[in-house]
Design a protein around this ligand. Sequence first.
Ligand code: KG4
Ligand code: ZN
Length: 348
Amino acid sequence: MAKIIMGIESSCDETGVGLVAAHDDGTVELLADEVASSVEQHARFGGVVPEIASRAHLEAMVPTTHRAFDAAGLSMSDVDAVAVTAGPGLAGALLVGVSAAKAYAAALDVPLYGVNHLAGHIAVDTLQHGPLPTPCLALLVSGGHTQLLRVDDIAGAITEIGSTVDDAAGEAYDKVARLLDLPYPGGPPIDKAARDGDPQAIAFPRGMTGPRDAKFDFSFSGLKTAVARWVEGAQGRGEEVPVADVAASFQEAVADVLTAKAVRAATEAGVGTLVVSGGVAANSRLSTLARERCAEAGIELRIPRPRLCTDNGAMIAALGAHVAAAGHKPSSLDLSANPGLPVDTVLV
Ligand code: KG4
Ligand code: ZN
């Protein structure tokens, strides 16, 4: 009999509640994925305001939960386990989800699993593409994270092999969008503007690609500064900023570095599968270039659909299902949120 796992996500500005069925053969099936986002409340600040996010989670948690059960046609008594993001993320935001999950687990008398948000971004792919071949490599690119991870076991063995030394890839998109007077979050409008631009128009720098740089780390703050200087230069000369060309050239620099390093890491590790996930995985140029370079290198590429790439509860339910199926001991009811939870801790 399939087990029903409820997943709760509240690490940033999305309140997510997901329901999945964990089948005996190890596959997981998506039953509901409801998300309430407070992104519009943060837009005028150009970034997520923690206090606003926490309040929005408090308001959205119960209605979002009810919507998920309605969408799945299930009742709460059907739930066999509750999984929740224990970290990393914003402290106050995480606390709302963790408290809700404890209450549901205690009231329903089912096990509670406090899990890692980053591992959730990888686990979500199993809802769309089936069991994950291991070992595999994951490129996690979002507003808060840019990491290359080696996955030997999604339920317990994840190791970081590289990460950004400054801004996350999504953060760079958001900052460059601001420079170009495009709305927040900046990824989608830059992606759209870039379609009409020339990616070779401006040779923006590729961060951390020098001979002495760490092979699998990333840096995007120099790129952001280069874009700012270029835009200021054009404005100083009284020229109109060619938004499409700047967007396309910036996007090319980001996609080039991300895919080159990910493919190189997979090749050197002898790993045959690359999973790309997180909000920036929705980027059209990143997916096209990843597809080209993985095909050349003989690597299987898996990118979950955009809806699953951004923060949601289904990714946490999926991870909870894999952790429960592996027989790991559930978390205690005095579980606390850990804003700095390291990526190699899948279950708290
Ligand atoms: O995973 P996510 O929803 O939330 C975090 O955990 O951060 O990622 C949000 C980030 C934002 O920085 C947004 O600008 C970026 O993902 N993003 C994109 C695209 N869609 C969203 N970046 C580039 N191209 C896109 N199409
Ligand atoms: Zn995320």
